[in-house]
Write a protein that binds this ligand. Sequence first.
Ligand code: MSP
Length: 510
Amino acid sequence: MGEIFYVTTPIYYVNDMPHIGTAYTTVAADAVARYQRLKGRKVFFLTGTDEHGQKVAQAAAERNQNPQVWADSMVPHFKETWRILNISNDDFIRTTDNRHTRVAQIFIQKLKDKGDIYLGTYEGWYCVHDESFLLSSQLVDGNCPECRRPVEWVKEENYFFKLSKYAHAVLKHIEENPEFVQPETRRNEVISFIKSGLSDQSISRTSFTWGIPLPFDARHVMYVWFDALLNYISAIDYGSDMKRFVQTWPADLHLVGKEILRFHAIIWPAMLFAAELPLPKRIFAHGWLTVEGQKMSKSLGNVISPKELVVEYGTDAYRYYFLREFSFGIDGNFSRRTLLGRYNAELANDLGNLVSRVLTMVKKYRNGTVPEPDTPGAEENGVIETVPLVLSELDEKMSELAFNEALSSVWDLVHALNRYVDIRAPWSIASDPSRERELDTILYTSLEGLRIIALLILPFMPETAEKIWMRTGMTDKISDMKLDEAAKWGMLPHGSKTVSGDALFPRKPE
Ligand code: MSP
């Protein structure tokens, strides 16, 4: 158990195109996956699409399309977005995959056999946008409390899952495991929600057909959330390759948006308890992003696609901005002003200029050869000693999923190196033959600092990391490195050749 670090994103509804909100979770999950790989862990990083249910069926019907044809036409947009954002997912699960529908049916049958599923009638509200059943007491001004859209009245024969039977076990698990649901404020909300009383959960629908048929009653299709949550185990072969399954399950981390935490922190654990499977280790709910102060919505016409920002700023700047600007657990606001500001100040200036001035000097003064350093002096030691401090802070912040603080601590090294170059001013001694060894030391220290920066930014900006790594003269692949060994000072071999290149982040007009 637990050999593999297993991290997931929610699977995205295919009713609409991916946007910067949906991409937010995926970029964060990618940084986590890449960081764990850099630490030497085996990782399984899963994302995918949620294709059944009323909302997708409606989206297809509006276009006079068959839902499967519609879903097939939407999936490439998700895959393409993840490709341009350089997402390193190991698999992509679709809930219309056979491997998924099979597991969903095995799973629901198991719960039925156990007596945890019974036939009843649901009469109440339903929000199609959120695909959620709602009590009258939950409505806000008659609308869905989450998305504020109108709800519809549903009365139909449904199968119910005995959620109430597991309420106590779920509550106990959340209370006894502070890591299980995070952040703390969200955890408290989940706890009070459970304490307010859980009724059994409707898990099938009869008023439409776009879903997985129940194996024990083909008049019903599975409720889309029951179906969707099972992606986390269908993708790792639950029910077919149990050896693989136990190597990967439980998930180390489910990353979700705050609006879908309840499904993950209440219904999903109850389903797993019922199936006698271990619970995921950690569920982290992140905040929501607004755009220029407003909710992103089609009606406001302010939906931003990742692609348009990537065309303008590049993949790594995109990734950097979304991870650096926001505090992951709370809401944030996207604005072009802050994107441009961070791009120019932190990427073009702090990092890009540092790389180009160090490499230019090595080329100019040492013909592009990594020099052999002399014994480090006080200034060098200042830089060298910053590295382990940054490493341990990075580790701590990554384990808290505080990506913004993790990057800020990496920038402590970027700033330290910039200051070092300013203070040591290699250009001022370059023409003095008696200070050659000193110049060697300064240039080596600067290059070695850059090499380590390349490693530290790898989870966030993989392409830039690789470029810097190669430019400093490293020939081993950065993707083969293990952080703890590779970040040891002095690994850059002297005598190797540096490589020049274009500006990493050309400055943009403000
Ligand atoms: N299909 C369900 C999830 C099933 S998981 C078993 C779903 N899909 S979704 O397409 O609506 O995507 C939801 C996810 O997108 C949210 O969890 C959240 O991560 C992300 N976001 C969508 N809009 C967002 C913002 N405006 N801001 C931040 N994240 C947002 O729910």
